[in-house]
Design a protein around this ligand. Structure first.
Ligand SMILES: [Zn+2]
Length: 428
């Protein structure tokens, strides 16, 4: 199974100063920053998925600035993302239309011509047909609503027009037909239609809200309806704890941002490690948010009758305690209490009862004790952990949080490549 990282310009400043909490003075965004495949010694994925919604265009803004979007279109994905085929010869660059961003519209805003132009400008190796998300999921063959039927028809009609038009991009481009449906049976029927049109690579869309059981039922039905030689891609597959479950349906590739996002979006599972039985294990990052320029935090402190100076003092003591704990100069318990003393002002302000807050602190105390006590950064050989040490376990600002995300990609990809998960083969 090949893993594509769904990029949204996730980079770090390689010269970031952790103690001064500063970016390099002359840093130029993007040019001087490192993407995960640049910052780590090897790419922690088999390719990238670039959504049109992230790049944006004249009509819709994405995550790219306008000059960045123009450069992307001018230079192509590999040059812009500095992911050259010469260095990553078997890698994939897959494009999609970002159906989630136009989910509320009656029809997709994109046409065949502008979609192909995007794929051609980007130099994509694979590109998805234009699809429209279906939100219902039932066990019935009949559509639960006219809207579901309509969206299914729109997706198939676009796919039918996309395939012959995509031949203009040459043999180096693989068109990918997107499956949308409201049930396992309707998804299987859509897959069979796409194969009948001539597609031999299909992408399953709309899985984000589905449970792993529903996904498995859908994949079983799809697989039964198409020949084994037709490859399957899972679009936006975030349930990475269930890769073994989907692997048996002959899934060739999937994309996700999950390992990077969990570093700073998950409540507990922020730092990946290799656990018992060589499965993924997780650690909670130690939250020490920045006090300076944080109006919300300063307001809270004032309500707690704490002046700014005292708040900054607590923050500095928390950071210092974690660093001294890492060198062995301070006991784990003392470091955890220093972090929690600051966390009392820095973390919650939702008017919860004292009892509820005490319970929250007990959870954090035990999570932080495990993190600082186990010292997982010492067991990892990735560049992030080697260079940043305990800083990567501190939940604070983009440069630490995204570095932790890159470390997660390194661990995740390392486990994925192990034979039990299926060795990564040549480009299908
Ligand atoms: Zn690491």
């Amino acid at each position: 199974m090949r893993f594509l990282y769904s990029d949204s310009l996730d980079y770090v400043d390689p010269d970031f100063d952790f103690v001064g909490d500063r970016q390099a003075a002359d840093r130029r965004a993007h040019e001087d920053d490192d993407f995960p495949h640049e910052h780590l010694e090897t790419a922690p994925y088999d390719g990238l998925l670039v959504s049109r919604a992230i790049v944006g265009d004249a009509r819709r803004t994405g995550k790219y600035s306008e000059p960045q979007a123009m450069r992307f279109r001018r230079e192509g994905a590999r040059a812009f993302l500095r992911f050259p085929a010469s260095r990553y010869p078997d890698s994939m660059i897959m494009g999609d239309n970002g159906a989630f961003t136009y989910r509320d519209e009656h029809e997709p805003p994109h046409g065949i011509d502008d979609t192909l132009e995007f794929y051609e400008d980007g130099g994509f190796t694979h590109g998805c047909s234009i699809d429209h998300l279906i939100f219902d999921f039932t066990e019935d063959a009949l559509p639960p609503s006219d809207e579901a039927r309509c969206r299914s028809d729109i997706t198939l009609a676009h796919a039918e027009a996309f395939l012959p038009a995509s031949r203009a991009l040459g043999a180096a481009f693989t068109p990918v037909g997107v499956i949308q449906g409201w049930s396992p049976a309707s998804m299987a029927a859509a897959a069979a239609s796409l194969v009948a049109m001539g597609y031999n690579y299909l992408a399953v869309g709309g899985m984000v809200p589905l449970s792993i059981e529903q996904i498995e039922r859908a994949l079983a039905a799809i697989r039964a309806a198409i020949p084994q030689c037709v490859r399957l891609h899972l679009l936006g597959f975030g349930k990475t704890d269930h890769l073994e479950a989907v692997r048996r349906y002959g899934v060739a590739s999937f994309d996700t941002t999950s390992p990077l996002l969990r570093a700073f979006k998950d409540g507990k599972r922020n730092y990946y490690a290799v656990g018992e039985g060589r499965d993924l294990a997780y650690y909670t990052a130690v939250r020490i948010p920045q006090a300076i320029d944080n109006d919300k935090l300063l307001r809270r402190a004032r309500r707690g009758r704490l002046d700014q100076e005292s708040l900054l003092g607590l923050e500095a003591r928390a950071l210092d305690a974690v660093r001294r704990c890492a060198t062995g100069a301070l006991a784990v318990g003392d470091a955890v209490e220093a972090v929690l003393a600051y966390g009392r002002y820095a973390l919650w302000d939702d008017g919860a009862s004292d009892g509820r807050n005490k319970a929250r602190f007990d959870v954090l105390r035990s999570a932080y004790t495990r993190t600082l006590g186990d010292r997982p950064w010492e067991a990892c050989d990735c560049r992030v952990c080697r260079e940043s040490g305990v800083e990567v376990l501190i939940f604070r600002s983009s440069n630490r949080n995204k570095r932790r995300g890159m470390h997660n990609l390194h661990v995740f990809y390392g486990l994925l490549r192990r034979p039990r998960h299926g060795a990564v083969g040549p480009l299908p």
